[in-house]
Ligand binder design. Structure first.
Ligand SMILES: *Cc1c(COP(=O)(O)O)cnc(C)c1O
Length: 388
């Protein structure tokens, strides 16, 4: 088999899996791996969860798709669950994270338009990642995402993540044109960078004072990843807009944009839409994922095992010359190395049967399923201590 007929946007490893169950994956040769990537924070309740297998096969036998020309029961149920869990009022369903962020950006545009702002600007963060569509790519930072795609929609102003002085400066200069701030509570793709303490609260106040929307991209941090349903719940604030995807479908594509009522009402019939978005299959899966997290106590498990993993890594890698920092929240943990190390991902898989992710060349990112147990935490710690 050859990949010659695929566009070369990815550089996949020579590793391929045929089966998964819980926290484990098996390759063609039948070798077992412990999955500390979870498809990049997607399979939060683990692979092939029996309740999901039942929900998917049952729904496939009943109804997959009807379009949004008709009301969809599972869509309404999932919207109700998500609004109850988040404190936000209404939901629009998409198929992916980038699309959910596009929905948020469209709301920001309407918010400005309503206020008579002709050339609206959205404040975004250095090292942010929001997706690969033209709009979300423009809101993201870093040459690897943007290079060669000019001219990008230029309606974003970038500030340092956590830098309130920079925010004041852009407020003075562009305040009258700014309509929203978009950010990740913990930056994921740039290497698990949590917002500094108090930053989200300060942003919340700043947005309220200035009539801007606070828009949180919780695509990676949401659905229990950090030990709460949503990362903002650690901070005692509520955003105006929040986007979700990844863990919400556990592998079935789904995205969601949630908003406060006053903001959600900016959309009127015809102002936004999606063919697949919110279909019965994806929404039933979303509901089932939330049920599983609740019934299996996975928020508590993510908190406990996350604390254990962080503490054990700090002990085992204490004063390791290669390790600059170990940080994160819940089961979203980064280990920043002093210099890039070759073949870390391959060696972890080959030598230890452990799947890890490395971002920016030198930050190990751990995103195991929220079902992980203490023994598996120890396996990860041992493997990484050996690797470095
Ligand atoms: C993965 C991710 C996205 C993009 O989601 P897609 O489903 O790949 O479009 C956007 N924002 C954050 C924070 C992400 O982690």
């Amino acid at each position: 088999m050859t990949a010659a007929c695929l566009m070369s946007t990815y550089q996949p490893l020579a590793l391929s899996f045929t089966r998964g169950l819980g926290t484990r994956l098996w390759d063609r040769q039948g070798r077992e791996y412990l999955d500390a990537v979870a498809g990049v924070a997607v399979t939060n309740v683990g692979h092939s969860h029996p309740r999901l297998v039942t929900a998917i096969s049952e729904q496939a036998g009943l109804l997959l798709h009807t379009s949004n020309l008709y009301s969809i029961d599972w869509q309404q149920r999932l919207a109700q669950r998500l609004t109850q869990l988040s404190g936000l009022d209404q939901v629009f369903f998409n198929n992916s994270g980038a699309e959910a962020n596009e929905t948020a950006l469209k709301l920001a545009r309407l918010h400005g338009w309503k206020k008579g702002i002709g050339e609206p600007l959205v404040v975004v963060m250095e090292n942010a990642f929001h997706g690969r569509t033209l709009g979300t790519m423009s809101a993201s930072d870093g040459p690897s995402v943007r290079l060669g795609f000019q001219r990008l929609p230029g309606d974003f102003i970038k500030v340092g993540f956590g830098d309130l002085k920079a925010l004041d400066a852009v407020t003075r200069e562009f305040g009258a044109r700014i309509v929203a701030v978009l950010l990740e509570p913990i930056q994921g793709e740039s290497g698990v960078q949590p917002a500094p303490p108090g930053y989200l609260k300060a942003l919340r106040d700043h947005c309220t004072r200035n009539g801007w929307l606070l828009m949180l991209d919780e695509i990676q941090t949401g659905i229990g990843r950090t030990g709460r349903w949503f990362a903002f719940q650690h901070e005692g604030i509520v955003p105006d807009v929040m986007t979700l995807a990844k863990g919400l479908g556990n592998g079935i594509p789904i995205g969601a944009c949630l908003a406060r009522a006053a903001v959600a009402k900016l959309f009127t019939p015809g102002s936004h839409g999606s063919t697949f978005g919110g279909n019965p299959l994806a929404c039933r899966v979303g509901c089932t994922v939330l049920d599983i997290i609740e019934e299996q106590g996975l928020l508590e498990n993510a908190t406990q095992q996350g604390e254990r993993l962080l503490a054990r890594l700090r002990v085992e890698l204490n004063e390791h010359p290669q390790v600059l920092a170990i940080r994160g929240q819940g089961l979203m943990i980064g280990i920043e190395l002093a210099v890039p190390q070759r073949n870390l991902v391959q060696r972890a898989a080959q030598e230890h049967g452990l799947l890890i992710n490395v971002t920016r060349g030198k930050i190990i990112r751990l995103l195991p399923p929220l079902t992980i147990d203490s023994k598996e935490v120890e396996m990860i710690v041992r493997a990484i201590a050996h690797l470095l």
